[in-house]
Design a protein around this ligand. Structure first.
Ligand code: MG
Length: 160
């Protein structure tokens, strides 16, 4: 078994929605990002790549590469899933934490979990997504941006 951790943060900026786990959530601000700025999927991809010993998303999808401008994070995740599968690794489970004063996760949690389970090709019970606020402390607490953490456990395909 192999474990990996991921973290991502994006600053709020102009816009009227954010993407979390591929779910479009209407907000009064968007996030500043080279890609679509989906912090949950970015943290998840880094956890997957870390567990597989494959570096990080910056290595695979450089944020100065115009090919990834506005990139759909679910499409990038699909590429990461291919890399994992090519090494005969399967996801045992993943756990994600959104750290944000806004938007609220709860109304969107099930849709986000369903996307992640589908994208990883695993069952809904193998995916957990939760949220916390920063209690008003620091930049996240001032709602200047949103962050996410993810942890993933991979198994060798023949153990699964
Ligand atoms: Mg990111």
């Amino acid at each position: 078994m192999r474990v990996g951790i991921g973290y991502d943060l994006h600053r709020f900026g102009p816009g009227d929605h954010v993407l979390l786990g591929g779910v479009r959530i209407a907000t009064t601000r968007g996030v500043v990002a080279h890609s679509d700025g989906d912090v949950l999927l970015h943290a998840l991809m880094d956890a997957l790549l870390g567990a597989a010993g494959l570096g990080d998303i910056g290595t695979h999808f450089p944020n100065n590469d115009p090919r990834f401008a506005g990139a759909n994070s679910r499409a990038l995740l699909a590429e990461v899933v291919r890399l994992i599968a090519a090494r005969s690794l399967v996801v045992a489970n993943c756990d994600l934490v959104l750290i944000a004063e806004e938007p609220r996760l709860a109304p969107h949690r099930e849709a986000i979990c369903a996307h992640i389970a589908a994208d990883l090709g695993i069952g809904r019970t193998q995916v957990n997504v939760k949220a916390t606020t920063a209690e008003g402390l620091g930049a996240l607490g001032r709602a200047e941006g949103i962050a996410a953490q993810a942890i993933v456990l991979l198994q060798d395909g023949d153990e699964a």
